[in-house]
Ligand binder design. Structure first.
Ligand SMILES: Nc1ncnc2c1ncn2[C@@H]1O[C@H](COP(=O)(O)OP(=O)(O)OP(=O)(O)O)[C@@H](O)[C@H]1O
Ligand SMILES: [Mg+2]
Length: 251
């Protein structure tokens, strides 16, 4: 029995127009890790993340989530791996903010009192409760992003994948989302974040994976990878640039 929550073995993905999005990726992820996925625009981060919950399937190779082949166990995979998309609008389905967050639990036929309790807690955590009766379509970009995060967190998946979670967020919004992500990791969730904003999360990460041209080019601890960031087009945190070591973004 493997201790890895995700095992990826030699996956390749070619899009319908013939563009090769992923080239022979193999990687294993243990329970409780906090992984940053970094790389330039177009390096393949979103394509890779979409394979983790079966939104895209590989043409060759295999992905196991908790030992199950993703291509044959999509429902089970999506219970284990929750994904917050890069484009928050694509995820919104409810008429109100409250309904939006309740949607997944309603589908699972969870009791109303339980739904109300869980949704209220998540909305309060992300400072969205005052917006609970608003239509999601009227929210700002940052509010929509937090709403998309709330809709995934309420389902309590073991692995949570965030694709650019800090884009569109102001300073307090970034703090709320970052604190939520840190708490989730401390309570045992496995976190995988694709971000250009490495400085914000690097102190929390156990590992950084660098992508380029649909391939994994580096994979190691933040201390080992930090000096290579700029050669892959990713900004190095100021503190390490000036020889001060890695400093937490949240003080
Ligand atoms: N449906 C598609 N058909 C053809 N090519 C695609 C498709 N989706 C993505 N690509 C291409 O695959 C490459 C990787 O795209 P991807 O979205 O994974 O990059 P990314 O690393 O997430 O970039 P960003 O930092 O801009 O979010 C890009 O060159 C993109 O144009
Ligand atoms: Mg992307």
């Amino acid at each position: 029995m493997t201790k890895n929550i995700i095992d990826i073995n030699a996956i390749c993905h070619t899009f319908a127009d013939g563009y090769i999005g992923l080239k022979n990726i193999s990687v294993s992820i243990s329970k409780g890790e906090f992984i940053i996925l970094a790389g330039k625009n177009g390096s393949g981060k979103t394509t890779f993340l979409r394979h983790l919950n079966g939104l895209l399937l590989p043409d060759s190779g295999v992905i196991f989530v908790k030992g199950l082949d993703v291509s044959k166990h999509l429902v089970q995979t999506r219970k284990t791996v929750g994904m917050v998309f890069q484009d928050a609008d694509t995820q919104i389905v409810g008429d109100t903010v409250f309904d939006e967050v309740a949607f997944g639990l309603e589908n699972l036929k969870v009791k109303r009192a339980e739904i109300n309790k869980k949704v209220t807690l998540i909305l309060e955590d992300l400072n969205l409760f005052h917006l609970k009766d608003r239509s999601p379509s009227t929210l700002s970009g940052g509010e929509k992003r937090k709403l998309a995060i709330a809709g995934i967190l309420v389902m309590d998946p073991e692995v949570i994948v965030f694709d650019e979670p800090f884009s569109n967020l102001d300073y307090p919004g970034t703090i709320q989302v970052l604190s939520t992500i840190i708490d989730l990791n401390r309570s045992g969730h496995t976190i995988i974040i694709a971000t250009h904003d490495v400085e914000t999360v690097i102190c929390e990460a156990t590992r950084i994976i660098m992508m380029e041209d649909g391939q994994i080019k580096k994979d190691g601890t933040p201390d080992c990878i930090v000096k290579h960031l700029e050669s892959f087009g990713v900004r190095q945190p100021c503190s390490s640039k000036f020889g001060m070591g890695l400093q937490p973004w949240l003080s």
